[in-house]
Design a protein around this ligand. Structure first.
Ligand SMILES: Nc1nc2c(ncn2[C@@H]2O[C@H](COP(=O)(O)OP(=O)(O)O)[C@@H](O)[C@H]2O)c(=O)[nH]1
Ligand SMILES: [Mg+2]
Length: 449
């Protein structure tokens, strides 16, 4: 018997014509020049895109104080890599004047450039303004796997150097590579050494490995303007190599115990209960359901996608899972199904959040402690209560802040998990869990109104 039609959601096709392009690609991959220009230019461009996707993908971004050279460095990287066809050159102005992108009601004003190195394919984020940096690191759809911290040798560390490092640590960026920029403007080697020393200390202070973090000294401007190859070109090549080797591939969700946020629950006469959802992580047989104060254990006896039974599911699959011995009324949308032991429900978390400004559709008034928005994550939503840091009186629209949230019931929440806060139908903020906490005696009892 087939599963409900709800499982039938948009077939995913392969890109047409992929096979026919392979031989041409192969030549490129082997380092041989393709035989003259490709007969169809559009196809060639497309072919290159297909090719770069084969390398493991890593998300990086430039952080650091304003005017220290983040955008210049980003432009220089694309310029240098464009010469070997591994990137498209983006001019400084193109990166600095990106139009605003509206994503999930939040204005993200960040430039994304793309390039490939010997080992990886990179998406590199550079943001123009200070406020946008902070916002982007909290709200960005893809968390950064590593950051390039840019410090101008002319200034050394500055307030935003510290602030961005702190924030990077908060949102879970684990790896840093440092570029000490503007070395062309500092002829004194001792001064450069001092800046490097200071940066290493700073990294250690914020919980990074200051001793072993690669620090490359150079000049992004020289690299961009093709002057002083030692300070320019070579420093950027060294930086790229450091990024390639020092920022490890992110742990693929495919390797993690499976996790399925439940979208809907069905009862099928004669077969049992089926839950549907999009698998965030891979399949396992035994499973546990957590959320809304429940904790149920069962076994998956079958999975189906597009009316076909599956041997094994992969992350990203939209599937239905048949469960042994569970009743339809036992499971709800919003519960999370996962491998026993790999999941935990939490009722209190610490988070870094960005509160939307009025122009972004957010609140027009600040809020104070004990404010109760609804928190959305995975497929669940639940009322929560805001606790502010002791010295903090209120949070203004457009502000980013650290705070704690107490949920009405324990839900599956992990460090690094992203969520949205809503007030009625209005999205008022977005955040990322920085730490899961235990409820303390000071937290009870709570009146949920
Ligand atoms: N002398 C010198 N100036 C640089 C270098 N890199 C960037 N600049 C200049 O520093 C200023 C700020 O650079 P920009 O990339 O916009 O910094 P951002 O705010 O960190 O993105 C610009 O005027 C750049 O031309 C460098 O290596 N040497
Ligand atoms: Mg910039």
């Amino acid at each position: 018997m087939a599963l409900p039609a709800v499982l039938l959601r948009g077939a995913r096709g392969r890109p047409a014509g992929l096979q026919s392009r392979l031989s041409w690609l192969l030549l490129g991959a082997l380092g041989m020049a393709p035989p003259g220009p490709h007969p169809q230019r559009g196809l060639a461009v497309e072919a290159k895109k297909t090719y770069v996707r084969d390398k493991p993908h890593v998300n990086v971004g430039t952080i650091g104080h304003v005017d220290h050279g983040k955008t210049t460095l980003t432009a220089a990287i694309t310029k240098i890599l464009s010469e070997s066809g591994s990137a498209q050159f983006k001019h400084y102005e193109e990166i600095d004047n990106v139009p605003e992108e509206r994503a999930r009601g939040i204005t993200i004003n960040a430039a994304n450039v793309e390039y490939t190195t010997a080992n990886h394919h990179y998406a590199h984020t550079d943001c123009p303004g200070h406020a946008d940096y902070v916002k982007n690191m909290i709200t960005g759809t893809a968390p950064l796997d590593g950051c390039i911290l840019v410090v101008a040798a002319t200034d050394g560390q500055m307030p935003q150097t510290r602030e961005h490092l702190l924030l990077a640590k908060q949102v879970g960026v684990q790896h840093m590579v440092v570029y000490v920029n503007k070395a062309d403007a500092v002829p004194d080697q001792e001064m450069l050494d001092l800046v490097e020393l200071e940066v290493r200390e700073l990294l250690t202070e914020f919980g990074y490995d200051g001793e072993r973090t690669p620090v490359i000294v150079g000049s992004a401007l020289c690299a961009l303007e093709q002057q002083e190859p030692e300070l320019g070109l070579n420093s950027v090549l060294k930086l790229l190599e450091a990024i390639d080797t020092h920022i490890p591939l992110p742990v693929r969700d495919l390797d993690k115990p499976f996790l399925l946020p439940v979208e809907s629950v069905h009862s099928i006469p004669g077969r049992g209960t089926v839950v549907t959802g999009t698998l965030e992580r891979r399949k396992g047989d035994e499973c546990k359901f957590l959320g809304y104060n429940r904790n149920l254990r069962t076994v998956v006896t079958g999975i189906e996608m597009f009316h076909k039974s599956l041997e094994r599911a992969e992350a990203g699959d939209n599937l239905g899972a048949l469960l042994r011995g569970l009743k339809w009324e036992d499971v709800h949308r919003g519960m999370v199904m996962g491998k026993p032991g790999s999941l935990q429900a939490h009722q209190k978390v610490e988070a870094q959040v960005y509160i939307l400004g009025l122009q972004e559709g957010g609140r027009h008034k600040p809020f104070v402690a004990h404010y109760m928005p609804v928190m959305f994550s995975h497929t669940w939503d639940i009322t929560c209560r805001v606790l502010l840091l002791p010295e903090k009186e209120m949070v203004m629209p457009g502000e980013d802040t650290q705070l704690s949230l107490i949920l009405r019931q324990p839900m599956v929440l992990e460090q690094g998990q992203r969520f949205t806060l809503c007030d009625g139908s209005r999205t008022i903020g977005t955040g990322v869990v920085t730490k899961t906490l235990q409820l303390g005696p000071e937290d009870e009892p709570i009146n949920w109104g």
